[in-house]
Design a protein around this ligand. Structure first.
Ligand code: PLP
Length: 227
């Protein structure tokens, strides 16, 4: 595990330096979905500090059991309204907010426990019917509407681009997300930060870094193949 994590760190540093970026701007979310607690502990001991989970049920148990460790948890799966309460209780950042309705529910739950919830807006850059996310040209409007909620803090955007075998083919989707982030940021909407770009997974994180990723979500390259 430590070799894998070190290898990923090296690849991130190289990708960042090759395009003139500071490698320290890039955070790694170790995607631990389906992985048992023991594997997560191994990753913590190897230096991972942020974990990504997709399923509320599974992650509640993990996060509770690992609560003594100083790590943070990001929710990266599709969030159903009826689970929003748990996402707010257990997760530092929710990457997958894609509707006003979901944002309103998350805000309501955050108000109840006196928390300001960090969120990212998920954008369906490939306009795929199989994927969640707001469409690119509806994102600014959604961000403006969500910005009025008192207990949400919009940190940036997230995307899962279409799946290609050649990572270079996803580059246009990543650059689309960056341009969208920049244009929304330039509106200077209050309560909207827009510094983060969550994009890039095991197969394409170096391309994502070249296109401006600040958060890469890596599962397989850290934990091995999921069953
Ligand atoms: C599973 C998952 C990942 C990690 O994918 P790998 O290819 O294993 O690195 C990243 N992001 C999301 C949203 C995921 O669901």
């Amino acid at each position: 595990m430590i070799e894998r994590l070190n290898d990923i760190k090296k690849r991130i540093i190289n990708a960042a330096l090759s395009c003139g970026r500071n490698p320290e701007e890039i955070k790694v979310v170790a995607v631990s979905k389906t992985m048992p607690i023991e594997k997560v502990k191994e990753a913590i001991n190897a230096g991972a500090v942020i974990f990504g989970e997709n399923y509320i049920q599974e992650s509640r148990e993990k996060i509770t059991e690992l609560s003594a460790y100083p790590v943070s948890w990001h929710f990266i799966g599709h969030l159903q309204s009826n689970k929003a309460k748990y996402a707010v209780k257990y997760f530092d950042v929710i990457h997958t907010v894609d509707s006003l309705k979901l944002a309103a529910i998350i805000n309501r739950e955050a108000v109840k426990i006196g928390k300001v919830q960090d969120i990212l807006i998920q954008v369906n850059t490939g306009m795929e019917s199989s994927k969640s996310g707001t469409l690119s040209d509806e994102t600014l409007d959604l961000v403006k509407k969500i910005s009025v909620f008192t207990n949400l803090r919009i940190d940036g955007l997230m995307t899962i681009p279409p799946l290609y075998n050649e990572p270079e083919r996803v580059a246009p989707y990543f650059s689309m997300l960056r341009e969208l982030r920049d244009s929304i940021k330039s509106e200077n909407i209050s309560n909207v930060y827009m510094d983060e770009l969550s994009m890039g997974m095991t197969g394409d994180f170096e391309v994502a870094i070249k296109e401006g990723a600040t958060i890469v979500r890596i599962g397989t390259a850290i934990f091995g193949k999921r069953k």
